[in-house]
Design a protein around this ligand. Structure first.
Ligand code: UDP
Length: 238
């Protein structure tokens, strides 16, 4: 078996993915499958923190076009990420592995507050850390959160789990001529305007010299394969 390439990583999971084949909500089968993958990846000896999105429930931009302000809509979106976070924490724990949900918001009845110290402690104890609440600030995304948290906790890479096997020049589902990249620099990713991640996330990754690996999570075992340098994806690195 190939040796893992990283010691500590942050994995970004979109909320949309947690909905499975549905357009809204949490698909338990999908959450269970991802929990299995995360547990198997952690058994390779890698410390794993997961940043969970909320797009399966609320996106701030969308609800703010329907009557609430953008900061309020974004707060609703961040709370949605906490719900996903609790679902994933519960699924990992149900399978007998230790997990800890940490939120960017103070909500003592729900879960602990994210601090670097709490994350370091939980990771050192062998728990999978599940991060909810985004950055805690409106106008940001959970992609940016993943890069921010990775930099804060000293992770060596961000793995961005998607439905496609890397970054393409255009949407490969719509444009058969779309070109797939094996490698891009952060600057190329920003200048290319590729939709896979927002420019703020790429810019922070450039600033903090963090590689971002974009890969498809569709196949069971994909996370472990990527962490052993065996999977197919696009590496965005300086
Ligand atoms: N959000 C935010 N600040 C953050 C992270 C997220 O305001 O730091 C809000 C924003 O409204 C966003 C929603 O939470 O639309 C869900 O996050 P995201 O869109 O990143 O989730 P994903 O698309 O990955 O499921």
């Amino acid at each position: 078996m190939a040796e893992p390439v990283y010691r500590r990583v942050v994995i970004k999971l979109s909320g949309e993915y947690l909905a499975g084949s549905h357009s809204f909500g949490i698909d338990q089968g999908t959450v269970d499958r991802i929990a299995d993958d995360l547990i198997a990846a952690q058994k390779l000896g890698i410390e794993i923190a997961v940043v969970v999105g909320g797009g399966n429930m609320v996106r701030g931009v969308e609800v703010s076009s329907q009557g609430v302000s953008r900061p309020t809509g974004d707060t609703m979106g961040m709370l949605a990420t906490v719900m996903n976070c609790l679902a994933l924490e519960a699924a990992i724990q149900r399978k007998g592995s230790p997990a800890l949900a940490l939120s960017a918001f103070v909500m003592p009845e729900v879960c602990e507050l994210f601090t670097r110290a709490a994350a370091h402690k939980a990771l050192a104890e062998g728990r999978i850390v599940v991060l909810g609440g985004g950055t805690g600030n409106p106008y940001f995304t959970t992609d940016t959160t993943a890069v921010l948290r990775a930099a804060e906790i000293g992770a060596q890479a961000v793995l961005k789990a998607t439905n496609v096997d890397g970054v393409y020049s255009a949407d490969p589902k719509k444009d058969p001529a779309a070109k797939r990249f094996d490698r891009l620099t952060h600057s190329q990713a920003i200048e290319g305007g590729y939709k896979v991640m927002d420019a703020t996330a790429f810019a922070l990754a450039r600033e903090t010299s963090l590689p971002i690996i974009v890969f498809s999570i569709a196949e069971p075992g994909a996370i472990g394969a990527m962490l052993q340098g065996q999977g197919r994806g696009t590496v965005v690195a300086g």
